[in-house]
Design a binder for this molecule. Sequence first.
Ligand SMILES: Cc1cc2nc3c(=O)[nH]c(=O)nc-3n(C[C@H](O)[C@H](O)[C@H](O)COP(=O)(O)O)c2cc1C
Length: 391
Amino acid sequence: MKSKIILGVCGGVAAYKSAELARLLVKGNYDVKVIMTDSAKKFITPLTFQAITGNPVLSSLWESENNNAMDHISLSRDADMILVAPATANFIAKLNQGLCEDLLTSVCAARSCDLVVCPAMNTYMFNNPPNLRNIKQLQDDGVIFIGPDYGIQACGEEGKGRLTEPLEILKNVEKLLTIPKLDGIKILISAGATIEKIDDARAITNLSSGKMGISIANQAWKMGASVTLVKGITNEEINPKINTIEAKNHSEMERVILNNAGNNDIFISVAAVSDYTLKEKINGKIKKNSESLILELKKTNDILKNTKEKFPNLFCVGFAAESENLISFAKQKLIEKKLDMVIANEIKQTMGSESAEIVILMNHQEKIIHQMPKNEIAVNILDEIHESFQK
Ligand SMILES: Cc1cc2nc3c(=O)[nH]c(=O)nc-3n(C[C@H](O)[C@H](O)[C@H](O)COP(=O)(O)O)c2cc1C
């Protein structure tokens, strides 16, 4: 069955390139329906898209394709993806505000499928702080961005703002629509930071935001996996349909993970669990009488290592966040803990950040995934896990 794509076209100079994109999508066996904004029609005619796609081109909220006059709902329900190329700064701003003043913005707001946005605009327009803020917010909301690319622009200026080449957009679309299905696979994921009490008022914790682990959990759920999330401390938004168990400190994490590991096929350990905890718990509140304070800490158990030892058939994935010798430390972790895969990342670049660059390490294989938003990194990691788990 053909995947159905809504191609949104906005009013920018690069609109002519979306005709080529439509042609490539049709050639790639996608069923393409084009929605144009009114401004887009000043740059290219609907007839061009109609001829290329073989489908009527839509533009108005008020002239329905169907009898029930609810195109903005039915169109988005029927689509596997909404792809907007080129996306103007104006469209991006409206999307971020949730405005629904034309068919394209209404379809996007009513969507239940992935929304992929390919911006194209003058480089100063692109770098305009409100535009960058809009993009960042939309990425946080799960909208996928492709480009823009760097280069000489139609206006003669040079910089970031060019529409990504149609062939490159097609490749990304193909990748997103052929996400391997994780149906029937049970995945246990730990995410977030942990907190170890010093006394009744103070605690030791770490700077993990939980963004990577929660992105993996949300994405794995989208790909059909049955997900159990062991949630440490994080403010990230979790799909409410995911079975979530809270575990705030090391011992709770250990208990919940060991209790649940046996019922799963895969364990992805992303949580930044405390490596040390207080040797002896201090009751009450330590008085600040002395100039210095020495706390004695003891090493905690290695949950991931113990889980793999106890459940050798469980496919175990660890994370190595390092500040130096990234690959050699990650390899050491892979071997010492007998893991199936380690995701190595540079601590400064990743901790608390929206994006990451990672290296995926397996026994005889290394793969670099260059800097991209964490929700896209999550797709790449799950692709790799899926591929090796099947072998
Ligand atoms: C000649 C011309 C070229 C334009 N090119 C772009 C562009 O490449 N990117 C962009 O964001 N806006 C561009 N604009 C501005 C948009 O057309 C304008 O913001 C419009 O309201 C966008 O409407 P839409 O977002 O509903 O398609 C251009 C305007 C003109 C007159």
